[in-house]
Design a protein around this ligand. Structure first.
Ligand SMILES: [Zn+2]
Length: 206
């Protein structure tokens, strides 16, 4: 069980997929016109199934487009795709970090149980396509588990530098979509439209 790789490319057609109509399982070959769409689908699936995604690795479209432009290419990636290549894993993915010196488990990483759940998306020029998805957790996913997870994304957005940057940009009349990508580049993780609206409301009170 522990190290077994479950390749869902073979299992994607399971009938129970149809049950969650409000949160359909992303399937291999599914494509999204923007990262926002992909994120919405993945997040609603995670929420419905009581777990959270975390970004494992990603490469940006912006950098890729810069390279292409540098080579004189004119057909670029749609920037709304944001990621050229992105792997998300269950937040319980990854090994428990063992402190080398004492052999004790790192306190903050106790929810890491090497869960194999992951999704890999690759962009072509116009869409993000699901390349691989693994959906079977090696731990219980329920409300108690979900509530115990660290709220990394929120705390990142509460970072002073991020909020003051957002404030400046909004004051300067910068478009929300641009503010979002700036915050992303600052390492705030995935910033939703709702997050932005909340931030903005906070500034308007000041
Ligand atoms: Zn998991």
């Amino acid at each position: 069980m522990e190290d077994q790789e479950i390749d869902v490319e073979e299992n994607v057609q399971e009938p129970d997929v149809e049950e969650n109509t409000s949160a359909p399982l992303p399937i291999v070959g599914q494509s999204f016109d923007s990262w926002t769409d992909a994120e919405r689908c993945l997040n609603s699936y995670a929420k419905k199934n009581c777990f959270q995604w975390t970004t494992d690795t990603s490469t940006s479209i912006k950098n890729e487009n810069k390279k292409l432009t540098g080579r004189g290419e004119t057909v670029l990636y749609n920037e709304a795709l944001v990621h050229k290549n992105i792997v998300l894993t269950c937040v319980s993915g990854g090994k428990k970090r063992i402190n080398q010196g004492t052999g004790q488990r790192n306190f903050q990483a106790t929810w890491k149980v090497d869960c194999p759940v992951m999704v890999h998306l690759i962009a072509n020029k116009t869409a993000l396509v699901v390349k691989k998805i693994i959906t079977q957790h090696n731990h219980t996913c329920d409300q108690a588990y979900f509530k115990a997870l660290p709220k990394t994304r929120r705390s990142n957005l509460n970072d002073d530098k991020a909020t003051s940057t957002a404030k400046l940009l909004f004051k300067g009349g910068v478009k929300p979509s641009v503010v979002r990508s700036v915050l992303r580049d600052m390492g705030c993780g995935e910033v939703t439209q709702r997050d932005l609206a909340n931030l903005r409301a906070k500034f308007e009170k000041i």
